[in-house]
Write a protein that binds this ligand. Structure first.
Ligand code: NAI
Length: 336
């Protein structure tokens, strides 16, 4: 159903060179950070982006001045909290990408970031709900499994919620899975990764890659590597942060997918969005196959019905974990 894509189409999807058809104003919140800067660079390189608003609590004027000299179409402006900078940054935004917040240090789980990042995402989402309620909101800040419910509840409270427009960006898990399979097979193909974005909630579906044959040992090792690949980077960076460059690449790919879909292209991505797939288990958000369109989510697709027993078991375990992290996000907004 979802055929593997060649290396050519994979690279085209991130860096399409077609000329811009629709004007797109993109705001990046947390734009001066480890992810924010390279992500803003890749967005500046995307010809579909005509305006780029960079917001952070520090340093955005410098980042904006630097990127502003690149000879692509996007006009770049930097904003800081002074003079109501957040609202100015969001004014007229079609898309808001949020990598604001603290990253992990060795030994931390993504959930350990909740205490700091939950409040940051809530306040940024409140501003989006007020200033650009119809924008597509792409949440990168961890723990995504809780920050997406937080942003959604903020929009619900404000009476402007549209589940088609809020996305948890899980694309890095797909990017990693694709790369790890390439290292094994020499074929660069899409690997669906579903569930959520933390540890055992990250569920790669290797059975869906056409022609891929893995022994049980290979499958177990690759599954673990995709689930805990972020730890490899955190460890290698030795206390200075987590994945930034690969995340910027993944975030830029997801943003480009949405922009291409808004121009009428049929695009499937995997993203942590609101849906009914596991409503009977008490969860409202699950990363699955999503057909994108001009409004954001065009169609939420169920998981393929030919998953292996191994993958079905991963889904059961992932859903149990997601019940806790979703509730944590919901309670955070409603207990205040
Ligand atoms: P970083 O610390 O390098 O950058 C974060 C930026 O956010 C800083 O520039 C900081 O000034 C800014 N910031 C803090 N509070 C803010 C606020 N209220 N408004 C605007 N900006 C604010 O961190 P990094 O490495 O860029 O990571 C950012 C987030 O992305 C972390 O939560 C990290 O866990 C997450 N992440 C998510 C991934 C995913 O796959 N979804 C992958 C990797 C990281």
């Amino acid at each position: 159903m979802f055929a593997s894509r060649s290396i050519v189409s994979l690279s085209r999807r991130a860096f399409s060179t077609s000329s811009a058809q629709n004007a797109a104003k993109v705001a990046v919140l947390g734009a001066a950070g480890g992810i924010g800067q390279p992500l803003s660079l890749l967005l500046k390189a995307n010809p579909k982006v005509t305006e780029l608003s960079l917001y952070d609590v520090v340093n955005t004027p410098g980042v904006a001045a630097d990127l502003g000299h690149i000879n692509t179409v996007a006009k770049v402006t930097g904003f800081t909290p002074e003079n109501d900078g957040l609202k100015s940054a969001l004014d007229g935004a079609d898309m808001v990408v949020i990598p604001a917040g603290v990253p992990r240090k060795p030994g931390m789980t993504r959930d350990d970031l909740f205490k700091t990042n939950a409040g940051i995402v809530r306040s940024l989402a409140e501003a989006c709900a007020e200033v650009c309620p119809k924008a597509q909101i792409l949440i990168i800040s961890n723990p995504v499994n809780s920050t997406v419910p937080i942003a959604s509840e903020v929009f619900i409270k404000a009476g402007v919620y549209d589940p088609k427009r809020i996305f948890g960006v899980t694309t890095l898990d797909c990017v990693r899975a694709s790369r790890f399979i390439y290292e094994k097979t020499g074929n660069l193909v899409d690997v669906p990764v579903v569930g959520g974005h933390a540890g055992i909630t990250i569920i790669p579906l290797f059975s869906q890659v056409e022609g891929l044959k893995l022994s049980d040992e290979e499958r177990d090792a690759l599954t673990y590597r995709v689930q805990f690949g972020g730890d490899e980077v955190v460890k290698a960076k030795a206390g200075t942060g987590s994945a930034t460059l690969s995340m910027a690449y993944a975030g830029a790919r997801f943003a480009d997918s949405l922009l291409r879909a808004s121009e009428g292209e049929d695009v499937i991505e995997w993203s942590f969005v609101r849906n009914d797939l596991y409503a009977s288990e008490g969860i409202k958000y699950f990363s699955t196959y999503v057909r994108l369109g001009s409004e954001g989510v065009k169609e939420v697709l169920p998981l393929p019905d030919n998953l292996t027993d191994y993958e079905k078991d991963l889904v059961v375990k992932g859903v149990a974990e997601l019940q806790k992290t979703e509730k944590k996000g919901f309670d955070f907004v409603h207990s205040q």
